[in-house]
Every structure is written in C-alpha cells, then in structure tokens.
Design a protein around this ligand. Structure first.
Ligand SMILES: C[S@@+](CC[C@H](N)C(=O)[O-])C[C@H]1O[C@@H](n2cnc3c(N)ncnc32)[C@H](O)[C@@H]1O
Length: 326
C-alpha cells in the first residue's frame, strides 16, 4: 500500500495562526449549522435512527454535511482515488460499500467504474441512485446478508467510519469474507479519536484534549465500540484475509500544515470535526453522563473557539487497513 504520510512528520506553516478565525468566516461555511451555538438543540433537534438498537449519532442534515466532509477528506488523502488495494480497475465487477450512509463513496465509485455493479448496504433507507450501476439495500451488516442477486460476489468491499455504530465486528468481517470473490479486497477506514499535537502546542485546559480523553468513558457508559481502529487489522486477519496491511495517516485539525496537500487535508478535517462534534457527544452525554444539552453545546463552542484561535497544531490519525481474500 502506498505510504500517504509526509516523511518525518508534518512541518507547521509559519504563517498559520497570524489571526483568529472570525465568526463571520465560520458562519459562512458549510459547518455553520453545527458550529453556531444558537442552532444547537436538545435530542429532538437532531434526528436519530431508532431502527433496531438505534444509533447514538444523529442522522440528519448536519450529519449529511459531516459525511460529505469525510468523503472530501479521504478523497484528498487518497489523491482522488477510491481505494488503495492493488486491484486492476478493469477487472472490477462487483463492489460493496457497507454502512454506506448517504452514499457519497457508493455513488462516486459507481460513476468512476461504470462497468462495475456497486451496492450500498446500510440499515437506513436510501433513495434510488441516479447511477444505473448503483443500488442500495437495507441490511444489518452484522447479520447474514441477503442480496438482491444471491450469487453476487464482491471484488472490493469498502468500509468507512462505522466506529460506534457496530457493536460486534466479528460477524461483519465474516460476511465480508463469505460474500467476496477469491482475490477480492476489503478496505476499512476509521478515524482514531486520540488527539495528538505537535511540539507541545497544547494550551492548558484544552477542550480538544478533554473531549479526546472522555471518549473512553463514553464508550464504557454507552457500551459502544470506539476502538475499532485499533483492532481492525487483527480482526480482519482473524476472519481469514491475507496480505493485511495497515497505515495511519496524520490528519491536521485545521490548515496549519506547511505542505499544501496536508493543509487541504486540515481544512477538510476541521470541517469534519466541526460538523460532527455535537452529534458525537449529544446523546451519550445527555443520556449516560448526566450532562445537559447546554453543557454539550458549551463544550463544542469551546473546542471550536480553540480551533478558531489558530494556536494548537492538533492531529488525529486515520487508520487504513486493507486485506485480500485468498
Ligand atoms: C457515519 S455513517 C458513515 C457513512 C459512510 N460509510 C461514509 O463514510 O460516509 C455510518 C453508517 O453506518 C450505518 N450502520 C451502522 N451500523 C450498521 C449496521 N449494523 N448495519 C448496517 N449499517 C450500519 C449507519 O446507518 C450509518 O449510515
């Protein structure tokens, strides 16, 4: 797998931090809906899926913007590729995107590979795709998959940002293996929640640090898995895949990197973080940690202010694992 990191870490742009990001700039942006404190509402202000055991993260317009930001972010990291596995693009016939959500990757892959059949699989309903070679099915990926065409076997299965949603990963990887052609590849992308920063750029009492640290407690009280990024390589190997490789790409939180590509990654990641944060916290904090919605919004506002101050050089790893079915 190509190494996507800069050798020796991410050099900081010395021009970064000259000025604070102004409120108007924030309000103008795609994440304004999530980052404006006035627009934050209690649980029913965010739309949650109650299907089966439900999902602690919302599924609404803001989460859609968040998925879009993640799609742009990963696309930038991969230099506008849809996957990293060593697959000959002309041999791609069947592709699955599991936990496809809004289907940004699913529909994009269908457009890029018009000869391939691309299937998005999710617990949530998705409108019919405009791409003739793209379809969506409603399916819990932890259960035996019932496909429209039962003889269909995939050459590539894509999984992205399903942490917290899936409690038990073993049956998911088993189904990926069972529904794949020999020689097919699985790829998974998950963001690690542990915040790291460059050369002690952390301010005392950093909210970003606090939010990163509290994720362990959030996992414990909600019984959700926040740590799949640490385990997926091993679990994918255990499921029978071979040639399993992992890499971690450091994603700057904000455009503080000197390198132009990593500066762009930072812009996308900032948007992802700002459109996601309230939704990641709201239900778990209010249901299990005794916090009010106002306290959630205050924490978000503090974290956004910290980012807008343009001082800290934070980054989070994106963990990528690929593996082949023998
Ligand atoms: C955060 S979205 C990620 C969407 C997409 N993969 C992306 O990268 O933009 C997570 C999606 O996983 C789906 N999901 C979570 N658990 C699932 C399960 N057990 N079966 C099917 N879909 C699931 C949710 O419904 C949601 O649409």
């Amino acid at each position: 797998m190509d190494d996507l990191n800069l050798p020796g870490g991410i050099p900081v742009d010395s021009n970064y931090g000259g000025s604070t990001l102004e409120e108007e700039e924030v309000a103008d942006s795609a994440y304004s809906q999530a980052s404006s404190i006035n627009n934050f509402r209690v649980e029913h202000g965010r739309r949650y899926s109650e299907y089966k055991e439900g999902h602690p993260f919302p599924y609404d317009e803001v989460s859609q913007a968040n998925e879009r930001a993640l799609h742009d972010l990963v696309f930038c990291i991969l230099d506008h590729r849809y996957f990293l596995s060593p697959i000959s693009e002309t041999s791609l016939r069947c592709i699955a995107d599991i936990g496809s959500g809004e289907g940004f990757w699913t529909e994009g892959a269908a457009q890029r590979y018009p000869e391939a059949e691309v299937v998005g699989i999710d617990k949530m309903f998705h409108e019919r795709s405009v791409e003739p070679n793209c379809s969506f099915i409603i399916q819990d990926i932890t259960e035996e998959w019932v496909l429209d065409n039962p003889s269909m076997k995939f050459d590539l299965i894509h999984i992205r940002n399903l942490f917290v949603g899936v409690r038990d990963w073993e049956p998911v990887y088993a189904e990926c293996f069972r529904n794949m052609n020999s020689g097919g590849w699985i790829e998974q992308y998950e963001v690690e929640i542990q915040a790291t920063n460059v050369s002690n750029s952390e301010l005392p009492g950093s909210e970003i640090r606090k939010l990163s640290d509290i994720s362990y407690e959030m996992a414990r009280v909600s019984g959700r898995d926040f740590q799949i990024s640490h385990k997926m390589k091993h679990m994918i190997e255990e499921a029978g895949f071979v040639d399993v490789q992992e890499q971690k790409v450091s994603m700057p939180l904000g455009p503080w990197a000197r390198d132009p590509k990593f500066k762009e990654i930072g812009e996308h990641f900032e948007k992802f973080y700002k459109t996601g944060l309230q939704g990641w916290l709201m239900q778990i904090w209010t249901r299990y940690l005794g916090k009010t919605a106002e306290e959630v919004n205050e924490a978000c506002a503090k974290a956004f202010q910290e980012i807008n101050n343009r001082h800290g050089y934070w980054y989070f790893p994106l963990v990528i694992v690929i593996g082949r079915k023998p």
